[in-house]
Design a protein around this ligand. Structure first.
Ligand SMILES: [Zn+2]
Length: 408
């Protein structure tokens, strides 16, 4: 009895310690990937390549096997519009702070001009004869194509916004444009001075792929995926991407650590994708030309992790309604009313919103998990490690996903 009691305590202490270790490992990984040394894991200063090397080293140190001649890297390339030098915006002589007060449209062509601001709502005729004009429109205003065409000879679009949400473009827009936070825009401003240099580049990127061999069914794979790229830099301003998606990569790596010590029946492959933000390019490339050693037909189930930093409001499951048997298994893994990992699930259908999409379109079964909570930084400079500190739901969702994998 006493022995059993001691044993129970030891087991509890041990599992608490190993959970705490997981938690610390994941937070440290997020802190590293979202640090300024990785430049927002994008297209300036080799940010995404630095992340690819970091993940490769982790695979190697953790004992993951490469599929190809001792390399984990799956290469591909795509065009992307970049902002390699400092962006400057001044309104009536006042300098706006990039990322805080404004963002540049991702497809913005270079522009270096002093312009007169003309609001679209407060005049009837567009500034056809005035060449040096910036066209201003408000938060809710939708500038129609036709209207743009008839708006004449303006040089810059200024869209006022309630929240700044940046992204990546693979081509240039026909006109330069910026978005300014409505509260940062001085009322009745007359003049704007802009200096934005953009450059289209053909960007080389790498998916990072490794695996842990199964104990029984070695040629069938459960695949865990997470994209490691983010938006990179807008001039000197870094978009760190802590939740999107250093958090998902951290959990994927945490799973790799766990399953390297506790291999399961099936082999488990891990794919860290690049090129997600410009339009799921890394995962599309892989499904276009999969490696012969990891063909789509050998994937039993795929789990994509993106935005795994919160969880107080449960977990969203994309494709839950498409694969109800697997959704049942997930609910089973979550436990009963007395012992539940997460408060609940948001069951969703198909969605082209992360890297699971092309796999499922091409016949692979899979879910995309993202955690829901109060964390509201998305594609902005606030998605950083100061704001993202992992809580208890990281541990709980880790255990839930691990238990789900064991039920597959
Ligand atoms: Zn993402």
């Amino acid at each position: 009895m006493f022995k059993a009691y001691i044993f129970t305590i030891l087991l509890a202490v041990f599992s608490f310690n190993s959970l705490a270790q997981n938690h610390n490992f994941a937070q440290k990984t997020i802190d590293t990937l979202a640090s300024s040394a990785f430049y927002g894991r994008g297209y300036v200063k080799d940010g995404d390549k630095k992340a690819a090397i970091f993940i490769s080293k982790f695979y190697s140190n953790t004992g993951l096997k490469p599929f190809k001649n001792s390399s984990y890297l799956y290469p591909f390339s795509f065009p992307v519009n970049t902002f390699p030098s400092k962006c400057e915006v001044k309104i009536d002589g006042k300098t706006l702070v990039p990322g805080v007060d404004y963002i540049v449209n991702p497809g913005c062509p270079s522009i270096r001009k002093k312009l007169i601001i003309q609001s679209i709502s407060d005049h009837k005729s567009y500034p056809e004869k005035r060449k040096r004009t910036a066209l201003l429109y408000d938060t809710s205003y939708k500038l129609e194509k036709q209207e743009l065409a008839s708006a004449g000879n303006f040089n810059l679009k200024i869209h006022l916004q309630k929240k700044l949400t940046w992204s990546v473009a693979t081509s240039k827009d026909s006109r330069s444009g910026i978005e300014i936070l409505k509260t940062s825009f001085p009322v009745n401003s007359k003049k704007i001075k802009v200096k934005i240099i953009s450059k289209m580049v053909n960007h080389d990127a790498f998916n990072v792929i490794g695996y842990i061999e199964g104990t029984e069914i070695k040629d069938t794979f459960i695949v865990l995926t997470a994209h490691y790229d983010h938006l990179g830099m807008m001039g000197k301003t870094i978009f760190p991407g802590a939740n999107d998606n250093a958090s998902g990569v951290a959990m994927m790596m945490d799973m790799a650590k766990y399953f390297s010590k506790n291999p399961c029946k099936y082999s488990i492959a891990f794919i860290a994708f690049a090129g997600e933000e410009p339009g799921l390019i890394g995962s599309k490339s892989y499904t276009d030309i999969p490696w012969a050693e990891l063909p789509l037909g050998k994937i039993k189930f795929l789990i994509n992790l993106d935005l795994m930093g919160s969880g107080e409001k449960g977990m969203a499951v994309v494709n839950a309604t498409i694969f109800p048997d697997y959704f049942n298994k997930l609910q089973q893994a979550n436990g009963n009313a007395e012992k539940k990992y997460l408060t609940g699930f948001k069951s969703r259908g198909k969605a082209a919103n992360s890297d699971h999409y092309w796999f499922v379109e091409r016949g692979v079964k899979g879910f995309f998990f993202y955690l829901m909570g109060d964390y509201n930084h998305y594609h902005d400079i606030g998605d950083n490690t100061k704001n993202l500190r992992l809580g208890e739901f990281y541990d709980k969702s880790f255990l839930l996903i691990r238990d789900f994998i064991l039920l597959i």
